[in-house]
Design a protein around this ligand. Structure first.
Ligand code: SF4
Length: 370
């Protein structure tokens, strides 16, 4: 029987760098797109394996929708020619409003993509400008409407919370406008201000002020309650979906299933080895090999708990035993005592999971486990 795996393809090109972005993405490198597609196809051949079948594909970035449709077509075709896919494989592609064209959507449809994820972030012009996004809210609406017209019905929108100057009523307005587009999935991420970004400089200089912790928590709660009222189920700290529309690719990662990563900076996890391709575009194009980490049994067990606790379902005791050959509570029972006593985690129906309070204080639980 063939092993089911995920497939991640990284497209590192962007129109320009957003103010908060420390992702491995590059602006002004359009001239390298063709060579990148060639290298990607070369890497597919190196990683081809008749023993695996693809259950989920995720094309992320960067801005995949910045690729010329002809190049995206080549990449999608090469994926299908190199790997076998399950007939109902979930195939997602990230799209940034402002770069989405009819041609690009047609190409995705033809290439078997059946789920789109739009980086919408917020509906207020002042917040989009502050983030350095290239799009307007009108372009979000336009992109979603083009996608629907092309027959895409499984749509995610990414939103951001905790932005400088963002208020609770901004979040409320963004949620309202977003829900009016009938998405099946929403990701609501708290802003992380990373060193080395423009956002970090501005915050350090005091030019931009972040909302305090309590306001940010209120924003998160606002999302939770508004989305729950509209039938969305929270299945991970930042992710909400209508029944049946949770992102299988991400869920598989949190359940520590194996996946193949392709492209610059892409990570993969196969046969107990995690690898990361070179993050620098030139190194990747030159064929520099990935960095590999062989996990110790302790690392592997910790990963299972750390990743599983992100999800609302939690860590399955049965899956943990199957994967590691030892009961979860034998390994972590002692270390979990405090978190259990303080109401941060619970044990329920064969799962270890965070409580609502534990979701806000997840790091405290993880520190105990280390
Ligand atoms: S579009 Fe995404 S990847 Fe590109 S610069 Fe902005 S945040 Fe970074």
């Amino acid at each position: 029987m063939r092993k089911e795996v995920g497939l991640y393809v990284h497209i590192p090109f962007c129109v320009r760098k957003c103010a908060y972005c420390d992702f491995p993405s590059f602006a002004g490198r359009e001239k390298d797109m063709e060579a990148y597609a060639d290298r990607l196809i070369g890497e597919m051949k190196e990683k081809a394996d008749p023993g695996v079948i693809v259950a989920t594909l995720y094309v992320g970035g960067g801005t995949p929708s910045l690729l010329p449709p002809a190049l995206m077509e080549r990449i999608l075709e090469a994926l299908r020619n190199t790997f076998d896919f399950l007939p109902d494989a979930e195939c997602s592609c990230e799209c940034n409003p402002g770069t989405v064209t009819e041609d690009f959507l047609r190409t995705l449809k033809k290439g078997g993509v059946n789920r789109l994820s739009f980086g919408a972030q917020a509906c207020q012009e002042r917040l989009l400008r502050l983030l350095g996004r290239i799009h307007t809210w009108e372009q979000v609406e336009e992109s979603v409407s083009m996608a629907k017209a092309r027959g895409f019905s499984n749509l995610n929108l990414d939103l951001m919370l905790g932005l400088p100057g963002q208020t609770l009523s901004d979040v409320e307005e963004t949620l309202e406008k977003t829900l009016s587009l009938s998405p099946t999935h929403l990701s609501c991420y708290g802003l992380i201000v990373e060193e080395g970004t423009k956002m970090h400089d501005q915050v350090e200089r005091g030019a931009w002020r972040l909302p305090d912790e309590e306001t940010e928590r209120d924003m998160y709660e606002l999302c939770r309650s508004a989305l729950s009222r509209r039938g969305f189920i929270q299945y991970e700290i930042s992710n909400f979906a209508l029944p049946g529309f949770a992102c299988r690719h991400n869920l598989d990662c949190w359940r520590r299933r194996e996946y193949i990563g392709l492209g610059s900076s892409a990570c993969g996890f196969l046969d107990g080895v995690r690898y990361r391709n070179p993050p620098a575009l030139d190194d990747y194009l030159a064929g520099k090999p990935p960095e590999k980490t062989i996990l110790t049994p302790e690392d592997a067990r910790f990963e299972s708990v750390m990743l599983g606790l992100r999800t609302v379902e939690g860590v399955s005791e049965e899956a943990f035993y199957r994967m590691h050959g030892v009961p979860l509570w034998d390994v972590y029972g002692e270390k979990l005592k405090n978190s259990l006593k303080n109401g941060l985690v619970i044990r329920e129906n064969g799962f270890l999971k965070l409580t609502r309070r534990g979701m806000d204080l997840q790091n405290r639980v993880l520190v105990d486990l280390l």
